[in-house]
Design a binder for this molecule. Sequence first.
Ligand code: BDR
Ligand code: CA
Length: 306
Amino acid sequence: MKRILIDCDPGIDDALAITLAHGSSQVEIIGITTVGGNVSLAKTTENALRLREFLGFPEVPVVPGSAGALLRPRIDAAEVHGDSGLGQVRLPAPTLPPADGHAVDFIIDTLASAPGEISLVAIGPLTNVALAVRKEPRIVDWAREFVILGGSYTRGNYSPAAEFNIVADPEAAAIVFAAGWTVTMIGLDVSRTALATTAVVDRMRQMGRLGADLLVPCAEFYGMVTADDGPAIHDACAIAYLIDPTLIEIQQAVVEVETAGRFTSGMTVVDFHLRDRAPNALVGTAIDTRRFWDLMLGAYERIAAT
Ligand code: BDR
Ligand code: CA
């Protein structure tokens, strides 16, 4: 069983990604750290706490982290995720508080506790991870692997050039990509093809309270404000990769983050040609959507059956 630490900003697709991880028999969530992103840090943390209790893993620490970007004013994606961050989902208020301490220290201490064993996955802006790398550079060796949902080598979503998680804190992303580890970058090129179609949502409707209270309202709200054939469940693609790397084709690349461009700030500049440069990333290029949805719905059905 792979142990994973999830840094996130729930967020509708974050919620669907966390639910996938919880329902999978291949990974165990050992901690959730939160960051300001889709909505404020207070709301992303509250949403993580609500999800933890609703899904039933109260023993897993939820640790709040950075409220905003390293150098820039905070941006959000409330127009996509709703004011609460979870659209029209109404989960009960949490009864348990977040853990003491800061996400940055939790990331460092968790990776230090078992070098080479714990996978780190970031599905929000990279502020916490950048600060952790700066405070304790050895985490790049301690992480078993580091996977993000973010970036793109074709087009952006927040701007023509930039994907939200990168543009929300480009300096943090630049630090993270330059840190000396291999970043597995699952970006929009992959996630924009993983759509929750009507057929998928119909399967979710069969899943009792999990479907009625979480999955269906998530998918429907996200669908109203995003794509054509159903919404892309971006963050779940990064978790799916951790569970089964064969789902996603990847290619070595050098990835650099544009921090100065007038029109391109937050762009991930992806060089697949390498020439004489050493790669710093494995970049997702395609996902097997049929197997992705088998994995997602299988994990959800597993939770619904308990
Ligand atoms: C990413 O941006 C956020 O709005 C989503 O939660 C996801 O992490 C997609 O660009
Ligand atoms: Ca997210």
